[in-house]
Design a protein around this ligand. Structure first.
Ligand SMILES: Nc1ncnc2c1ncn2[C@@H]1O[C@H](COP(=O)(O)OP(=O)(O)OP(=O)(O)O)[C@@H](O)[C@H]1O
Length: 674
């Protein structure tokens, strides 16, 4: 039964408004959207062949989530099917006794045991259905939770390079719908199993009654099943079409409500224009829904006619069997009941297999994500990090970033031309302040990310006292690192938690949190908050409060301080701070180094690296100079640092305050030295 030709949606055309505004229909570019069309490409037989694997996948998830409930559902459905079969046999016995020769009183009396049998099987069937429904209700949320946990667990354990990989990103995107699809599949699978068992029971009873009855059941069911399936698919195809128009309309309505475009909408008079097209898109959606209603009515009418013809054929055949004495009246009566219940089960079965396939595409993505995530998983275990670490050395390190998720695939040779780091060799001695300087895009942050074990070099090695970082236990490596970057995460948590999350594995120590806050000058920020440490730092929630970029930066520094790691990477820590605060922060960073911590400082403010023990200068991914501040400014140095420094200094030299004389070069040099 190939349904593709008539029910698969043609490429959507989009309304006039959609063509004008978006150049055509507004379709999602996400991978999950491909499933919609793939669903229509599949014939019913292919679906049926895939069914056992899909059911097995859901059963595995359910087994993991709640074995007891799974047993209850399985046993419930089986009991229901068996009791239905026995019930039909009992009905046959009742009919045979009632229609036999003898007085009516006698016949009814003789039929009582069989009637009790009918009642008992009816009760058992109802109880089994109730047990199965309870089990399914318990299983559904658990399966969704287990699938979500597995999804999140796998995603949290992959390398950063996977998260930034375009294909993996698309897979993550589509697999996130897998958990709710798995939940729905529990219900669908229960229906599939239930209707299959009921169908087998009815078919078995019919075969026992007379072998010719089974083809009659099929004959009566096929047109109805075909029509129901066709209707369901047409409804789905139409839904996709009108969804596309509604989506486009929603985009316009949400744009009208947003604050960002509000000024332009008013000044340029865009409002009426958007409203006009919103109506165009809504009308296209309404037209599609009306078309569906008319087509559904037509299909239903055809379905009824086909079912009527099939029923007429079936009952004529039954009449023929009765008339020729091949079948008794009681068997014919039971056969009618079995044909009705078996037919119903077969129709449900076909529709549910259809639903099963629809959901399974998403669950299939989830399964694929598990496999892919395992390939990219961060290795556990490894060589312990040396206890008294003295030096980290980058040796001829070359590194390319993985493709960006939104980028077109980059050709290999194009990638090869622009590594983020090229043959970098540099030292990071422990207990010192090491500064990384250079122009934008020179590779400073990349060095810090490789140092932090977020990426591995393409070639070359990073040695931790003679142990290649690739072999190190990553969890131990990360326990030695604290990071505060320019775009550090602003957690939508309380102020206290925004600092305490620096050490998420340990209970929150209020005295340590306060000490870290004082260190970073964040204590003054807390004083001004309406609920102090308990203030929720996220606007848009009740009691939520927003703080400035500079205040956030103080919290970020406090977080890094609270982490108290051996190596602290600070990437542009003062970009949002005022001049006074900036001086304070650099002074505090120096104090940390005095206390034995290693500081890797990335900054554009070259005057701030004066106190660094070692400065590495990068340019276009290559190390061009290394040394102390004095060494790099000496006339014998290659000049890259000196050139950058001169440029920054010149900016300030050119500014002459009222009543002040322009400083000479010597005076400027003296003031720098202070
Ligand atoms: N996640 C990323 N994906 C792809 N390319 C990246 C990524 N991050 C950085 N790059 C590229 O790597 C090169 C080095 O970037 P990096 O961030 O290390 O420079 P930087 O010296 O820290 O620059 P800035 O001073 O602007 O912060 C740049 O060409 C940049 O475009």
């Amino acid at each position: 039964m190939k349904l593709k030709a008539k029910t698969a949606p043609a490429e959507p055309e989009g309304s006039e408004s959609e063509r004008l505004l978006f150049g055509g229909p507004l379709l999602y570019a996400a991978r999950w959207a491909d499933h919609d069309r793939a669903f229509f490409e599949m014939s019913l037989w292919t679906m049926a062949a895939k069914m056992p694997r899909l059911v097995a996948l859901t059963v595995r998830l359910a087994w993991r989530a709640d074995r007891r409930s799974l047993w209850t559902v399985g046993a419930g459905e089986l009991t229901r099917g068996i009791s239905q079969a026995i019930g039909l046999i009992a009905v046959n016995a009742v009919l045979a006794t009632v229609l036999a020769a003898g007085t009516i009183g006698h016949r009814v009396q003789a039929a009582i045991p069989a009637m009790i049998g009918v009642a008992i099987t009816g009760i058992i069937s109802a109880l089994a259905t109730a047990a199965s429904t309870t089990g399914t209700g318990r299983l559904e949320p658990k399966v969704e939770r287990v699938a979500t946990e597995m999804y999140l667990g796998h995603v949290a354990q992959v390398e950063l390079s996977a998260i930034e990989d375009a294909d993996f990103n698309r897979l993550m995107d589509s697999a996130q719908y897998g958990a709710s699809a798995a939940r729905r599949m529990v219900n669908v699978c229960t229906s599939v199993v239930g209707s299959l068992v009921s169908f087998v029971a009815a078919a078995g009873v019919l075969t026992v009654l007379h072998p010719a009855l089974l083809p009659l059941l099929i004959l009566m069911t096929v047109p109805r099943s075909w029509a129901s399936l066709r209707n369901a698919r047409a409804r789905y195809a139409s839904y996709l079409k009108w969804m596309q128009h509604s989506r486009a309309g929603r985009l316009l309505s949400s744009t009208l409500m947003r604050t960002g475009p509000a000024p332009e909408i008013r000044v340029h008079g865009v409002g009426p224009f958007l409203l006009h097209h919103f109506r165009g898109m809504s009308e296209a959606s309404e037209a599609e829904q009306s078309r569906l209603a008319a087509s559904s009515a037509r299909v239903r009418l055809i379905a009824s006619a086909l079912t009527g013809i099939a029923a007429a054929l079936t009952y004529t055949a039954l009449g023929g069997l009765l008339a020729t004495g091949v079948m008794s009246l009681s068997v014919a009566g039971t056969a009618v009941l079995a044909i009705r219940s078996g037919g119903q089960s077969l129709t449900t079965l076909i529709l549910q297999v259809n639903n099963l396939y629809e959901e399974s595409a998403y669950v299939g993505d989830l399964e694929r994500l598990f496999t892919e995530a395992a390939k990219y998983a961060i290795p556990t275990g490894g060589t312990p990090v040396p206890q008294d670490l003295t030096l980290i050395r980058f040796e001829k390190v070359t590194f390319h970033y993985p493709e960006d998720a939104d980028d077109e695939p980059v050709k290999e040779e194009a990638k090869g031309q622009r590594p983020a780091l090229k043959g970098v060799t540099l030292d990071i001695p422990m207990g010192k302040i090491v500064a990384l300087v250079g122009e934008n895009g020179s590779g400073k942050t990349t060095v810090s990310k490789l140092l932090a074990g977020l990426y591995q070099p393409d070639s070359g090695s990073i040695w931790w006292d003679g142990v290649d970082a690739r072999a190190l236990d990553r969890a131990q490596l990360w326990s030695r690192i604290g990071m505060v970057t320019q775009d550090f995460h602003r957690w939508p948590f309380t102020c206290r938690m925004n600092i305490a999350i620096g050490r998420p594995g340990r209970p929150v120590e209020q005295t340590d949190v306060e000490e870290a806050a004082v260190y970073a000058g964040a204590d003054k920020v807390v004083e001004e908050l309406p609920r102090g440490w308990d203030t929720l730092l996220s606007k848009g929630y009740k009691g939520g409060h927003q703080i400035s970029g500079g205040q956030w930066q103080r919290l970020g520094i406090a977080r890094a301080r609270y982490r108290d790691a051996q190596i602290l990477i600070v990437d542009e820590p003062t970009s949002a701070l005022d001049a006074k605060a900036e001086l304070e922060v650099f002074e505090q960073i120096r104090e940390l180094a005095d206390g034995g911590q290693t500081i890797v400082l990335i900054t554009h403010r070259l005057a701030s690296v004066r106190h660094a023990d070692l400065i590495h200068v990068l340019d276009q991914g290559e190390l061009v100079e290394s040394g102390t501040f004095e060494e790099l400014l000496a006339p014998s140095a290659t000049g890259a640092f000196r050139e950058l420094y001169e440029m920054q200094r010149a900016q300030f030299q050119d500014v002459v305050l009222p009543g002040q004389r322009k400083p000479t070069a010597d005076a400027a040099e003296r003031s720098d030295a202070r």
